[in-house]
Ligand binder design. Sequence first.
Ligand code: NAD
Length: 404
Amino acid sequence: MEENYSKNQESASNEQFLKEKFLSKSLIKKVELTAKLFKEKKITLEQAGLILGMLPEELEGIFVQKGLTRHKKILVCGGAGFIGSNFVHYMLDKYPGYKIINYDKLTYAGNLENLRDLEKNPRYKFIQGDITDEEKIDKIMQEGIDAVINFAAETHVGRSVHGRAGEFIYANVLGPHTLLEAIKKYKIPKYIQVSTDEVFGDVDLNEDRHFEENSPFEPNVPYAAAKAGGDLICRAYWQTYKVPVIVTHCSNNYGPYQHPEKMIPYFIFRAMGQQPLPLHGDGRHVRDWIFALDHCEAIDLILQKGKPGEVYNIAADSEKPNLEIAKLILDILGQPHSLITFVPDRPGNDRRYSINSSKIQRELGWKPSNTFEDAMPKTIQWYQNNLDWVEQIKEKDREFVNYI
Ligand SMILES: NC(=O)c1ccc[n+]([C@@H]2O[C@H](COP(=O)([O-])OP(=O)(O)OC[C@H]3O[C@@H](n4cnc5c(N)ncnc54)[C@H](O)[C@@H]3O)[C@@H](O)[C@H]2O)c1
């Protein structure tokens, strides 16, 4: 495998970084001393940061830039998709001491346009491949990976319902299994399997019941069943081999870079073009909606502090009926509600997802930074500002409308 991180670019930016950061030689001495104590495991990165008055991630970047510690290498699988590409951007922004390898098959849902701005980033590398490809995964693991985060999956419920369930079982069950085997073999310290609240089935509109981390799996559509299968394989590898895996169950995401096969970007695209918004059934189906960046922050926290073998629910406590979302999108875009058109419901369509995320809030101190009311207008604005991205995706994949 080609090592294509650019060394020259990196050392040039190091120098710049150091010039900006260090005004005095005495500070450099202090950094070297704390790096030594950190390497000898006498202090944590947080403590070192406190001593120097810096954020731990910032200090870690300085340690790396000065050659005192090495970059952490994070393997992100499925990083060319919606949440994965948000996560890659977020991690590279936040952690100057991290390198990200994005491993993605580039199915119709994978889009390198989401990552175009990172092409020349010396800390980012893209490798095309399938998570079920044992040989390729094995080769990457030999690079010395510190953690694996798996976003890669077939994700569109409509496709799973309308004849393509086999592809879902292949990617969403065999995929995690292949990764787990490699993680076991190379003793990778952490693996996060990104999963969904849909594995728990649904609750009634007026029911006072919420999905807990240990609620039974009752998936109603092939997508959810395949994700549940992947989650169960993870559980088994923890119970049997103590492979350090953490499974997350997140509610519905929205934000930049989402494929228009999913409801929110589809409705935005349609409303922008003054076309009807097809709403399934009576439009009263309820989902909890979380801004993708909040999901990324939760995964980052789990990466830093989550306990292997644990399961964490992630949600924004923001349940909304689909009809309300359609109306809000039309209102923000100044279009009439008469564009809403009711169409027959999808078979197996879950009525309501209601998920309790108090464990991650209590144990890891996470809470969403964005409210739906703030983040939805920002999301719509992003699609309006990125019309090239919108046009390119429409051009690339016209087939998706068959599965709406
Ligand atoms: N979108 C949501 O609302 C949501 C909510 C909860 C959980 N999740 C989970 O988060 C993860 C990411 O979701 P998303 O919405 O970003 O999905 P997405 O469909 O936008 O992206 C999936 C990515 O995985 C890649 N991929 C698919 N099969 C692959 C394979 N076999 N090998 C390698 N790469 C492959 C695709 O090319 C694509 O880039 C999924 O596992 C999904 O189940 C999503």
